[in-house]
Write a protein that binds this ligand. Structure first.
Ligand SMILES: C[S@@+](CC[C@H](N)C(=O)[O-])C[C@H]1O[C@@H](n2cnc3c(N)ncnc32)[C@H](O)[C@@H]1O
Length: 197
């Protein structure tokens, strides 16, 4: 019973983004940045990081010294976003399951709105769990997940089509998936890379 990170998963995502060194990146769930975000920071031109918990701010500044850091509620900010500022890449590395004060679940209540933050031709990188494992508040998570995906039978093919529909994507080239983590030796978590056209 263990979770296993697939080595190089995010590196694989990043290597498919052309000219990342000339791109602006927004990381909406930054924590201290030393799990995944630093890999993007090291390769992009400039980065802005959002994080709700001010306890992470000091270490985040140390880990990503040239990033612009904002302590705010990213989900509320995304859902109310009416600023013209856009980014070439938006990285959405939310916690899994139910989180916050039990008010959020995965990316279900804001993912559609992330498109507003991305320049034309830019990218969204986000986590998709194909077969979630039973963590805290699993029953509630299962309910919210079923409501969002309109089924609990979420094969990878189903989810690819689901996100194509959600973002209005016609071309298969605009969505790419990368295995991210295994649970009990089976891949359950993927990075989805979506090109916004
Ligand atoms: C999985 S961690 C991110 C890891 C990070 N990308 C890294 O590479 O180190 C998720 C983070 O999202 C933060 N978070 C949770 N809800 C949030 C919200 N509504 N707004 C902003 N950040 C939030 C958590 O505090 C946590 O630090």
């Amino acid at each position: 019973m263990k979770r296993e990170v697939i080595q190089g998963a995010l590196e694989n995502v990043l290597s498919t983004i052309e000219n990342l060194d000339k791109k602006s990146v927004l990381d909406v769930f930054a924590r201290e940045g030393d799990w995944n975000s630093y890999l993007i920071y090291n390769r992009c031109q400039k980065m802005e990081c959002w994080e709700i918990d001010s306890a992470f701010e000091k270490k985040l500044k140390e880990n990503l010294p040239n990033a612009k850091i904002k302590i705010l509620d990213s989900i509320k900010t995304i859902n109310n976003y009416n600023i013209d500022k856009k980014y070439d890449v938006v990285f959405i590395d939310n916690s899994l399951g139910i989180y916050g004060k039990n008010q959020y679940c995965e990316h279900f209540n804001f993912i559609k709105n992330t498109k507003r933050l991305v320049n034309k031709g830019g990218y969204l990188i986000f986590n998709v769990s194909v077969k979630p494992f039973k963590g805290k508040n699993y029953k509630e998570y299962e309910n919210q997940r079923k409501f969002f995906y309109k089924t609990s039978e979420t094969t990878l093919d189903y989810l690819i089509q689901f996100y194509k529909d959600l973002f209005g994507i016609n071309s298969s080239d605009s969505i790419t998936i990368f295995p991210r983590e295994k649970f009990n030796f089976k891949i359950y978590l993927y990075f989805f890379l979506v090109k916004i056209v």
